[in-house]
Ligand binder design. Structure first.
Ligand code: ZN
Length: 464
């Protein structure tokens, strides 16, 4: 099949051809582990999980390497550690914050149906030269200095943006504009206002590593340059992340990696997912519409959150609404009902073609609805294909019965009481006490429960 992807750098959708079909390589910027991830953070995780699944399908599971880093050194982490564990030595407090948050992040994205990446390197393990010889931040910075792309000033090491003629190509920001618009006085030790930090000094109470430039810690951007090179090499296939990372983070990753390695590109495709807003507004703590993945999982199944995310094409802005979530849940109810326990089948070409068109999940869902209709009309092959497709995409992770029970719990219905009433009604019917049987049915209807009688017994679902 042909796979086309949109590349932010060249601003075109073009055919994806891996550098090496037996080693397809993707890097996606991962979480900074100081707090619960919010639903906006879930978008790239889900989008690139779908791409990962597609790449594995096309090139073979063993031939795709997906790296997503964990940023465990950051001033926000230090602040959180000091706040939450004031009695502990800083390094111990930091470890508590990062380990707890990392565990939480994994629990959240597992619930969203995302596969674990091939490798999840932690930034702190790539600061100093390593015994295994993999790329590290200090060595990259030394290379940048040696090649004339970085300089030391005021205890910092800075990247000299004027040393790279096409700096700014990803974001389309021209260096002259950045120079003209900046307030030079703020950072007098910088040669140019757009120069950025590769290494900075650490105070005694801040985490630090001994380096050729004194005890300090890396800037944020250099960690992704080091970890991508460590696992994927100097040039690889796909680099992903949210739109908000284009500038400065990805721009600076490109500058560091290309200038340190002397390569014309860092990655062949730069992919960015669009923004997420909530009920038509920018998500913010002050507006009270800020939701963590964890909070949403208390009210909605992970599969509903995942499906809701995929209804919008990844490059479009997404408006996250309760109405949309309810629609997503209804669709999944229907698909579980039609195909939840179906076996056999395969992923149809039309599903793959939709995804192959720059991950057109919106179109893919339309295709799935068509397959659903065939299945509902009695086509067993379609039923198997629907189930296969959904499972391959990270859905149908429960049995149809488990899913229905979850829905009932979600609707605030006491499932044990419902079952007791159904049993009483079955007994009444067996005794031909139809008045009592009807009364119980009405009582259940008042609870929002609809009964379905069949030869196999009575099942129930929540009234819609
Ligand atoms: Zn990054």
């Amino acid at each position: 099949m042909e796979l086309k992807l949109y590349d932010t750098l060249t601003r075109e959708k073009r055919v994806f051809t891996p550098i090496d079909r037996s080693r397809v390589r993707m890097y996606v910027c991962g979480p900074t582990v100081y707090d619960f991830a919010h639903i906006g953070n879930a978008r790239p995780v889900i989008v690139f999980d779908v791409l990962y699944r597609l790449l594995r399908h096309v090139y073979g599971e063993a031939n795709v390497t997906y790296v997503r880093n964990i940023t465990d050194v950051d001033d926000k982490i230090n602040a959180r550690a000091a706040r939450d564990f004031p009695g502990l030595p800083l390094n111990e407090a930091i470890r508590k914050v990062t380990e707890t948050t990392e565990r939480q992040f994994h629990a959240d994205v597992d619930a969203l149906g995302c596969l674990r990446p091939t490798v999840e390197p932690r930034a702190t393990e790539f600061v100093l030269p390593r015994a295994d010889g993999k790329a590290d931040m200090v060595t990259l910075i030394r290379q940048l200095i040696a090649r004339g792309h970085a300089y030391e000033a005021n205890g910092e090491v800075l990247f000299d943006t004027t040393s790279m003629p096409d700096y700014g190509a990803l974001s389309g920001r021209k260096l002259e504009d950045q120079l003209a618009g900046a307030r030079v006085a703020v950072d007098a030790h910088k040669k140019n206002p757009s120069d950025f930090v590769l290494w900075k000094q650490s105070a005694a109470d801040e985490p630090g590593w001994d380096s050729p430039w004194g005890r300090g810690r890396p800037g944020w951007h250099i960690e992704c340059s080091a970890m991508s090179a460590a696992y994927l090499g100097d040039v690889f296939d796909i680099h992903g992340g949210g739109l908000d990372l284009i500038f400065p983070h990805h721009e600076n990753e490109i500058a560091q990696s290309r200038c340190a390695h002397g390569t014309p590109v860092m990655a062949n495709f730069w992919m960015h997912n669009g923004f997420l807003q909530v009920e038509g507004e920018k998500m913010s703590k002050s507006l009270g519409n800020f939701f963590t993945i964890n909070e949403l999982l208390a009210d909605w199944p992970g599969e509903v959150l995942r499906f809701n995310m995929l209804r919008t094409h990844y490059r479009q802005p997404i408006d996250w609404t309760v109405k949309g979530l309810e629609e997503s849940w209804k669709t999944l109810d229907d698909w579980y009902w039609v195909a939840g326990d179906a076996a056999g089948g395969s992923v149809p070409a039309a599903v793959l073609e939709a995804l192959g068109d720059d991950l057109n999940t919106h179109q893919m869902i339309t295709v799935l609805h068509g397959i659903r209709n065939l299945a509902q009309a009695g086509n067993n092959k379609a039923r198997g294909d629907l189930a296969s497709s959904l499972r391959w995409l990270g859905f149908l992770r429960e049995s149809a019965a488990q899913w229905a029970a979850r829905r009932q719990t979600g609707a605030g219905i006491d499932t044990a009481k419902v079952q007791a009433l159904i049993d009483a009604r079955t007994a009444a019917r067996a005794a031909k006490d139809f008045a009592e049987s009807d009364r119980i049915r009405d009582e259940l209807a008042a609870m929002g429960v609809v009964l379905k009688d069949s030869k196999g017994g009575t099942t129930w679902e929540v009234a819609r």
